[in-house]
Structures are given as structure tokens and as C-alpha cells.
Design a protein around this ligand. Structure first.
Ligand SMILES: Nc1ncnc2c1ncn2[C@@H]1O[C@H](COP(=O)(O)OP(=O)(O)OP(=O)(O)O)[C@@H](O)[C@H]1O
Ligand SMILES: [Mg+2]
Length: 229
């Protein structure tokens, strides 16, 4: 469903990502683990077209998107929940979700989204900025899902969020991938969360993959070592 080949990217003179290769199937969740500054956000910004691709290819269901503007990538089925959530604080919960809806939806939020995140239904008239961090994360995920993506990117979704909400988010993500036939790529530093949801694990170290394995064979001690060095 999603294929990244020989991807390189960076800022100005500095190349941050080097020759990244991975594929993700429908209904598969992969975790990209790595400590601060290793290139997780740079990878997602490159996949979304916020940063230009310097080399390599990005394909969704066989369509090359690496030369496209961000909005065209979204139209081709990729959605992004940025690190720090970046919801619109002065807009209501409902209006935040509506920013993700296609024009054809006429502003109507699918019941399914509220079913996944009942708290958003209860708070739909409240200002986004007045939600807790965990509720804002759920709002950011709902807004991304409103675009009806094939591939969902989540950049450190558990950052600053309390354990009970982290559990809710893990549960919703597992539900959504079945319901929506979704491919999910999540970056994280919290191994307990990714062990809960991911089918495959990658460790990114200075912009290169240093470790890769499936859930069945995952070596948690090795990943932890990369995360703590
Ligand atoms: N706008 C920028 N201009 C120049 N260099 C940058 C910029 N943003 C990030 N970098 C550098 O790129 C490298 C990768 O940063 P990136 O933000 O992708 O890391 P990360 O894995 O997301 O870290 P964190 O877990 O702290 O969010 C770092 O060396 C960082 O200093
Ligand atoms: Mg980051």
C-alpha cells in the first residue's frame, strides 16, 4: 500500500535522512522508534511534502507522490498527525474536525468518528485550546481521519499524555485500522505503547534504519538500548 525507496532529505546543507527503504501493507501498523533528533519528524515532513524529497520515491498504492504538493498528497490518501498535535486552539472541536472533511461531506462529521472518540462528541462545541492534551491528541487524530486516508502518520502521539489516555489511543488505532483498512505509521520513543499496537518495528538512528523486525521476533532490549543511549 505504501512504499518508500531510497529516500533522502534534510535542511539546507545538512542531510538528515539517508537512503530509507520500507513498505507497509493495508491494515499494518509500523513503529519508527528513535530518540530525540534522530529524524522521525523530518521523515514525516518529507512524506507529507512539507520538506522536499532530495532523492528516492514515495508511493501510495502505486502512485508516486514525492513530487506533489502536500494537498495533492492528502487527496491521494495520506494524512498526518503532527508532533505536538497542532490543533486550532480558538476553533471549536467540531470546526477542527471539519477542517479535515472533504467538501463533499458538507461539514457533516461521520458518526463513526464520534464513536471512536466519544469525548469529542461531548465536547464538540468547546474550544480546541480548552481540551486536555490527551483530548487534543484524539481531536488531531479525528481531524486526520476526516480526510478518509489510506495511510495515517502519527508523530509521537503519546508525548505528554497520561497512561489511561495512551491506552484509549492504542485501542482506537487498532479499531480504526480494521474499520478503515488503514495503513498506520507511528513514530515513538515509548516502547510500551508500540509493543501494544505495532506489527513491525524500525529503529531510526542518525537518519538511517539501524534495526528492523516483526512483532513476533522483536528484540525489546535492543530497541531500548537505542532509545536510551
Ligand atoms: N528546521 C530545521 N532546520 C535545520 N535542522 C533541523 C530542523 N529541524 C530539525 N533539524 C535537525 O534534523 C535532525 C532530525 O530532527 P527531527 O526533528 O527529525 O528529530 P526527531 O527524531 O523528530 O526528534 P524528537 O524526538 O526530538 O522530535 C536533528 O539533528 C535536528 O537538529
Ligand atoms: Mg520529532
Amino acid at each position: 500500500m505504501f512504499k518508500v525507496s531510497n529516500l533522502a532529505s534534510g535542511y539546507g546543507q545538512s542531510q538528515v535522512l539517508h537512503d530509507l527503504n520500507f513498505t507497509v501493507e493495508k491494515q499494518e501498523i509500523i513503529a519508527i522508534m528513535g530518540r530525540n533528533g534522530m529524524g522521525k519528524t523530518t521523515l514525516f515532513k518529507t512524506l507529507m511534502g512539507i520538506l522536499p524529497t532530495r532523492a528516492g520515491s514515495i508511493q501510495i498504492a502505486g502512485t508516486e507522490i514525492s513530487g506533489m504538493e502536500s494537498h495533492d498528497r492528502v487527496a491521494n490518501g495520506i494524512a498526518y498527525v503532527p508532533q505536538g498535535r497542532m490543533i486550532f486552539p480558538s476553533m471549536s472541536v467540531l470546526e477542527n474536525i471539519q477542517t479535515g472533511l472533504p467538501a463533499s461531506a458538507n461539514g457533516v462529521v461521520p458518526d463513526e468518528l464520534y464513536a471512536l472518540f466519544p469525548v469529542l462528541y461531548e465536547m464538540k462545541g468547546r474550544r480546541g485550546g480548552n481540551l486536555s492534551g490527551g483530548q487534543q491528541q484524539q481531536l488531531a487524530i479525528a481531524r486526520a481521519l476526516a480526510t478518509n486516508p489510506k495511510v495515517l502518520l502519527l508523530d509521537e502521539p503519546t508525548e505528554g499524555i497520561q497512561p489511561s489516555i495512551i491506552k484509549d489511543i492504542a485501542k482506537s488505532l487498532k479499531e480504526i485500522r480494521k474499520m478503515r483498512d488503514l495503513t498506520i505509521i507511528v513514530s515513538e520513543q515509548v516502547l510500551s505503547f508500540t509493543l501494544e499496537i505495532a506489527d513491525r518495528f524500525f529503529v531510526i538512528d542518525k537518519g538511517r534504519f539501524a534495526y528492523e523486525d516483526t512483532r513476533a521476533n522483536v528484540d525489546a532490549a535492543t530497541i531500548s538500548r537505542y532509545l536510551s543511549v
